[in-house]
Each structure stands twice: as structure tokens, then as C-alpha cells.
Design a binder for this molecule. Sequence first.
Ligand code: HEM
Length: 198
Amino acid sequence: MKNFSKITLSVLIVASATLTSCSNNDDEATPMPVAKATIYERLGGTKMVTDPDNPGMMIEQGRLSYRKVVNSTIGLIVADIQSNAAGNLQAHFAPLLAETGDTQATNIAKLSDNLTDFFSFNTGGTNAVNTYSGLSMVAAHNPATNARMGTKASNADYTKFEGYVGAAANANGVASNTELYTDVVAVLESLRTPIVQK
Ligand code: HEM
């Protein structure tokens, strides 16, 4: 994948390294730089838990947290499209909406899986189960290179989409006034440039 987004996200993770203690007293232990936990770790990390959607299966808590946020986001996008309100995201998802039955269900599940992989892998969930194998963010959001993208996204579309991810995070226990939420928004903002192509 996916050079741009991977690089910006890596920079973000490294840039979040902080000094936890600071002292001028030479007798005290030398302050050690301690990397802040990755977003994936703070969402539950590699701890194995039972998968509520797949009986008998286990899943990393970090991945499960992301999957919940992704599926809530998809629900909000579906509601947005069904609202028929001005500026809704219908045109972007038109190819997916034109599908029916099993084909559509399979492709929505695939999109959910790809989004979960993408967020997990790029925010510290480097277990192979999270490997993202979809298109780069530039290619995925250009109708010329992805027939499933109905039309290019504008800044306003992006802001709306980001708002849905934020609301989905809120609905799944990440409150807006937390550092975790701020860090998630920073990751989303790092993707605006490659995704907005209009
Ligand atoms: C946080 C911002 C976003 C991220 C991380 C993101 C991520 C992704 C990913 C990983 C895919 C799957 C690519 C593949 O399967 O190869 C995808 C597809 C797609 N995205 Fe985005 N996206 C974002 C914002 C947007 C916005 C703002 C729109 C439109 C308003 C949009 C519309 C689409 C569409 C229509 C597809 C194709 C759907 C499909 O294959 O079923 N995305 N996106």
C-alpha cells in the first residue's frame, strides 16, 4: 500500500513520542523518552476477546473497537443517503447502491473489512490479521481508478464523512473531549489531502 497515507500515519505515531519526566537534578534517574501508546493499543490493542459477531471466534480488542466504529460510520452514511438531504453522499456511493441482494451485502462487508484493516494497521495494529490489501487512498477515491467510487469527494464531503466517524467514535465510547479522540481526528485529517480530489 499506499505510500502517502502510510507515511503520514507513521510520522504521526512517531511524532506523538513524549518525555514523561523532566528533571535538572543529576542525581535522579535520567529521563527516558517514552513513546505514547499507539491509538490501536489505547483502543484495546492485541488483547484477545470473544468476537460478538462470530460465535466461537476470538478477535483483538483493538480491531474489534475499530470494526464497531466502522460499522457505526457505515450506518450513519446509509442514513445520510436515505435522508435525500442536499449535499448527501449518495452520488459517491452510487455504484454500491446500484447493487442488490447478496452482491451488495458482500461488498459492504468487504468495505467494512477494508476500512477496519486500514485504520488498525496504520495506527499500530501490525498483526498480520490487520494487513490492508486494498487500493491507496488516492486510487480508492478516484472514479478513474476505482469504479466503486461514484464521484470525487470535495472538502465539504470529507468534513461531513469525518463528522460521521467522530459521531461513530462517540457512540462507541470515545468521547469528544478525550486525547484519544483528538488523536483519531488528527489521523483523519492527515488523509484529507489524498482523498479530496475535487
Ligand atoms: C477518513 C476518511 C476516509 C478513509 C480512511 C477512507 C477509506 C477507504 C477505504 C480503505 C476504501 C476501500 C478501498 C478498497 O477497497 O480498495 C474506501 C473506499 C471508498 N470510499 Fe473512502 N475513505 C474515507 C473518506 C471517504 C469519503 C469522504 C468518501 C466520499 C464522500 C469516500 C467514499 C468511498 C467510496 C465510494 C469507496 C468505494 C466503496 C466500495 O468499494 O465499496 N471515502 N475508502
